[in-house]
Design a protein around this ligand. Structure first.
Ligand code: PLP
Length: 283
């Protein structure tokens, strides 16, 4: 396995950053995860646009242009002979000489990337659907920034894993915000696809954005608004979207079945539509 660290391609065992790196000390960094299908990047422009927005929101300048970042991602995919999986990218404010909270002057940002293998299209969980648990959303108020401060999601997803569930749905003021690492959707009894509107309460999911656009292009009814867990349990279907899951059915919530407890036809259809879109627009 080859990783990218600050301008160099190096074996994973030699891919290191300083203990003074602000990503390590303060979670002062941003990340992105893009899927790879047949050796190509999925929805790349959308992920790079979100990267640019996230770094802007924390006043961090990317050390490379987004075009160059895409080139590096492609080179890493090639060097690792990656067919299906993902590219992880992280940029931090870099390593200073001490531990000042305020931005240090003259420090170069750290940029790292690595790949991992995953057969997203043929994942078993896509066929069976997943169970989710609900947890209180204890995160900070700027969830629209894809920051590496993920402790709340680590705890939420660990609780899900211990409960034998595939994801944790986070709940705030009685309404679902999003999954630990996914956007949440339901299909109401009158066939409206509902997903929470973008705001600082959630990450603007790239897959969410594509699925909403693809659904609207097909004249499917979409409403962007919050929904409750009770509404999800009374829904026809529920599903999640993310770069590394695409579209996956949610078949139970806190152990209670959604409809008949099986992936529904709309979820399957949207998954197929998304996979077609992903393949057609891969770079
Ligand atoms: N919401 C959160 C909190 C996430 O971490 C992620 C992805 O990791 C998503 C939503 C889904 O976003 P995307 O579709 O861009 O992967």
């Amino acid at each position: 396995q080859i990783a990218y660290v600050n301008g160099s391609f190096v074996p994973m065992s030699e891919a290191k950053v300083s203990i003074l790196d602000r990503g390590f000390l303060f979670a002062d960094g941003i990340y992105e995860v893009a899927a790879v299908l047949d050796g190509k990047l999925i929805d790349s422009a959308s992920h790079l646009a979100r990267l640019q927005r996230s770094v802007g929101e924390i006043a961090l300048a990317l050390p490379e242009t987004t075009d160059r970042i895409q080139e590096i991602q492609k080179e890493l995919i090639a060097r690792n002979n990656l067919v299906n999986g993902m590219v992880y990218l992280e940029v931090t404010r870099g390593a200073d000489t001490g531990r000042d909270f305020a931005f240090p002057k003259g420090v170069k940002p750290t940029l790292i990337m690595f790949t991992s293998v995953k057969d997203i299209v043929n994942a078993e969980s896509a066929r069976t659907g997943i169970g989710v648990i609900t947890v209180p959303d204890i995160r900070w108020a700027r969830r629209d920034i894809k920051s590496v401060a993920l402790l709340a999601q680590v705890l939420a997803k660990q609780a899900a894993a211990e409960a034998g569930a595939g994801e944790a749905w986070m709940v705030e003021d009685g309404q679902v915000t999003e999954g630990g690492s996914s956007s949440c959707f339901i299909l109401t009894q009158d066939d409206v696809i509902v997903t929470r509107h973008n705001s600082s309460a959630i990450l603007p999911g790239c897959t969410r954005k594509a699925v909403v656009a693809l659904a609207e292009e097909r004249q499917l009814r979409v409403e962007e608004r919050p929904f409750t867990v009770a509404e999800a349990l009374a829904a026809k279907e529920a599903f999640i979207t993310s770069a590394t899951a695409f579209v996956q059915a949610v078949v139970t919530i806190d152990g209670k079945p959604v409809a008949n407890g099986k992936p529904g036809p709309m979820t399957k259809r949207l998954r197929e539509i998304y996979v077609d879109f992903a393949k057609a627009t891969a770079v």
